[in-house]
Design a protein around this ligand. Structure first.
Ligand code: G4P
Length: 332
């Protein structure tokens, strides 16, 4: 099953970003340090063109520090890009942000040429928390109310440093299948858009391979490496007393526990992808996507051809009997 969600107000947000970006010096993308690749919006580069980019790996207190170091090095090696790690416990995140932006756009600064920065990120990545910490205020989230999609008034972080906030944005289609599960596990996707048991099983699958010791310690389990993911979920449910009639485990409850424990950092500091793993998934996803597109194109060409032939031979109109030439073996 693929995770599906409704990308609320996405088109308006996109339009607003495209308009605003003309007068922007640096684009900050807030990423979830536990899933930097999956939480990066693949549409953002298209929208912001070649503007210098600051990747902020947020919630680093929940992520595996060794993996965060890998991701920071990965982004810092890219042209016109800098990356820093942050978390909500940081008392003065603004200083780090401002410094990094000045490194990316050294020509800006001072009252005559103030730094103009746009900040973007997926829902729940911690954007409001970060902005509230930086401004010392509690303000409503941008775009939280239905229909509000404008980019808010600028936030003044220093006399010569202006920040524009954008509504949390998810994109409509994911190419990397693994990313859907990771986004759901992290809390970026609304509850109704996914099956918690399925997402918990995917999460357990990854944890078994990378953080088995943490899972065993947290839920007081015997070694889990030889178990199937369903068996681990059942063991967790049993350990936490989530039982139904006749001693059956309440798997829904167990799944909720696993997701909650992951999101709150209860299991430990965990990152769900390394740059190398993500690059592999992305390449596979792009290949599958290209194959799907090629099949679709071939089907469309065949339909067109058969329409023309039947039009010539029998005088029938184009589009009659659509799909009659499709091979069912091709799939969607
Ligand atoms: P958003 O604007 O990007 O949608 O995210 P928001 O700031 O609302 O943060 C989403 C959740 O993530 C909040 O928790 C917030 O406290 C938490 N959070 C934000 N930054 C960090 C961080 O650096 N580290 C950790 N561990 N958590 C962070 P919540 O449970 O949804 O709300 P609340 O109970 O904290 O109010």
């Amino acid at each position: 099953m693929a995770i599906q969600w409704f990308p609320g107000h996405m088109h308006l947000t996109q339009k607003a970003i495209a308009e605003r970006v003309k007068d922007i010096d640096v684009v900050i993308e807030l990423l979830d340090a536990r899933l930097p690749g999956s939480s990066a919006n693949p549409m953002l580069a298209e929208l912001t063109g070649r503007k210098p980019g600051l990747k902020v790996l947020n919630k680093q207190d929940l992520a595996d520090p060794a993996c965060t170091a890998l991701w920071l090095a990965h982004y810092n090696a890219q042209p016109d890009t800098r990356a820093i790690g942050l978390d909500a416990s940081q008392a003065t995140p603004a200083r780090q942000l401002i410094e990094a932006c000045h490194q990316l756009a050294p020509q800006r600064g001072g009252m005559a040429k103030p730094m103009r920065v746009l900040i973007c990120g997926i829902p729940n990545v911690g954007k409001s928390t970060l902005i509230n910490t930086m401004t010392g205020s509690r303000k409503a989230k941008t775009g939280d109310e239905a229909g509000i999609t404008r980019i808010e008034q600028r936030i003044v972080l220093a006399d010569d440093f202006y920040l524009w906030d954008t509504p949390g944005m998810l994109w409509p289609r994911i190419i990397v299948a693994q990313s859907g599960y990771k986004l759901a596990a992290s809390g970026a996707v609304g509850r109704n858009a996914f099956d918690e048991e399925e997402v918990a099983l995917e999460l357990i699958g990854y944890l078994q391979g990378h953080y088995a010791g943490l899972v065993e310690a947290r839920f007081k389990l015997d070694p889990i490496d030889a178990l199937r993911d369903e068996q681990v979920l059942e063991a967790i449910g049993r350990a936490r007393g989530g039982l139904l009639a006749k001693g059956r485990v309440n798997l829904q409850k167990a799944a909720e526990i696993v997701l909650h424990e992951f999101r709150s950092g209860g299991i430990g500091r965990i990152t769900l992808e390394t740059p190398e793993e993500f690059a592999g998934w992305l390449a596979a996803g792009q290949q599958a996507d290209a194959e799907r597109a090629a099949k679709k194109q071939a089907r469309a060409a065949r339909k067109k051809g058969s329409g023309r032939r039947s039009g010539q031979g029998e005088g029938a109109g184009e589009g009659e009997d659509p799909g009659a030439q499709d091979s069912p073996a091709e799939g969607p």
